[in-house]
Design a protein around this ligand. Structure first.
Ligand SMILES: NC(=O)c1ccc[n+]([C@@H]2O[C@H](COP(=O)([O-])OP(=O)(O)OC[C@H]3O[C@@H](n4cnc5c(N)ncnc54)[C@H](OP(=O)(O)O)[C@@H]3O)[C@@H](O)[C@H]2O)c1
Length: 351
């Protein structure tokens, strides 16, 4: 790696965007050149102020044209909602993109988006990399790395166990927590179709092992609050949805090869009691020799381990930026990037 600095733009400053913005300001490998916001209260504010850091001289703007016209190496694109046309505009304007909104791997379901992205990359001489904690890391490149320790693999299970009681997230409402179970099950929510987003990570894993996904199957279980549950955004009433278990399985050679379990809960006072233990990502690889990996935050002063899904989603993208900028044009997956060598991480914490 050279001593090159990478000129970066942070697009949207929500939960993920704030972590990446802070990283871009503090990591000397990056030079922050732009910040796109939609919230009128943030327009005109210094990027540093948005994340509690000293002024940077870069002011947040809601002017898309100004951002597109900037000279930058990369955009970390993390708005709430995907906008493939905007992604393609940015790619054509000569900016590489790293994004937690994907696509993370070219599957049939996202073929139209991938085709558009590939064309824009070709025109702009740029690259696009989709990643996140899950999908985009913990269910693909991480278990794939673990398979290097295996003699034979029978089945893999990846658990995301997230207690959101202490972690504010728009997803608590988006996923239908606090609804009657019948209402939740009878209407679409933000998890409708999520199997295909996670299916990209499954495809990366399965195809890297020389197999093809023959079928993708889904299960959805609900747990209800035994009593009212207070959380950072309000109260989940007794009898309403307080826990959800989404399960997706990719089948190969007529058997389940990899299963993802997504457990989102608000505390543990629910029926049935799932007794999941601490928030974490857990990978089980059954075979010879079977192994288990638990990935979790270190405990804080009160002993509580926060769920770091948002932080890790931002950082797994930021750390890939230099290699994505230096990659050949096109959609680059974890496989294309190979072993990522993050730059600028070894430094003294700022006072
Ligand atoms: N792959 C993964 O593992 C993973 C994990 C977590 C999140 N994600 C994805 O990352 C994205 C960002 O997540 P987040 O937790 O940061 O979300 P968030 O906290 O809701 O922030 C999203 C930001 O997008 C902007 N925004 C608000 N409404 C918008 C709209 N209608 N259209 C476009 N932009 C809008 C706002 O930016 P300003 O405040 O700057 O105006 C908002 O703060 C989401 O799409 C999420 O699905 C992926």
């Amino acid at each position: 790696m050279s001593e090159k600095k990478y000129r970066v733009i942070q697009w949207a400053t929500g939960s993920v965007g704030k972590i990446s913005l802070q990283h871009f300001i503090e990591n000397p490998v990056f030079e922050l050149v732009g910040v796109l916001v939609t919230n009128p209260e943030k327009v005109g504010k210094d990027a540093g102020e948005l994340v509690g850091l000293p002024p940077t001289g870069v002011l947040a703007t809601d002017d898309v044209e100004k951002i597109v016209a900037l000279d930058a190496d990369c955009v970390h694109f993390s708005p709430l909602v995907q906008d493939i046309d905007m992604v393609c505009r940015l790619l054509r304007s000569g900016k590489n993109i790293v994004s937690p909104l994907g696509p993370v791997y070219p599957t049939e379901h996202f073929a139209a988006d991938v085709e558009k992205i590939e064309a824009a990359c070709k025109d702009g001489g740029t690259s696009f990399h989709g990643c996140g904690i899950h999908p985009g890391y913990v269910g693909d490149i991480l278990p794939l790395t673990l398979t290097r320790l295996m003699d034979r693999i029978d089945r893999v299970e990846v658990f995301e166990i997230a207690d959101k009681q202490k972690t504010p997230s728009v997803y608590i409402e988006f996923m239908g927590f606090g609804l009657d179970p019948e209402t939740l099950l009878s209407q679409p929510n933000c998890m409708t179709g999520a199997m295909y987003a996670f299916g990209q990570s499954m495809a990366l894993f399965v195809e890297s092992l020389g197999k093809k996904i023959e079928d993708l199957t889904e299960k959805h279980e609900i747990a209800t609050a035994r009593n009212d549950i207070a959380y950072t955004g309000g109260v989940i009433r007794a009898g309403t949805v307080a826990g959800q278990h989404w399960e997706w399985t990719a089948w190969a050679d007529g058997a389940p090869l990899i299963t993802y379990h997504l457990y989102y809960i608000l505390g543990n006072d629910m029926e049935p009691a799932w007794n999941l233990g601490e928030s974490r990502h857990r990978i089980l690889v059954e075979g010879n020799p079977s192994l288990e990996l638990n990935l979790m935050a270190a405990p804080e002063a009160d002993g509580h381990r926060p769920f770091l899904g948002i932080t890790w989603t931002a950082l797994v993208g930021c750390t890939a930026v230099p290699q994505v900028c230096d990659a050949a044009p096109g959609l680059v997956t974890h496989i294309d990037l190979g072993v990522v060598q993050p730059q600028g991480l070894v430094r003294r914490p700022q006072a």
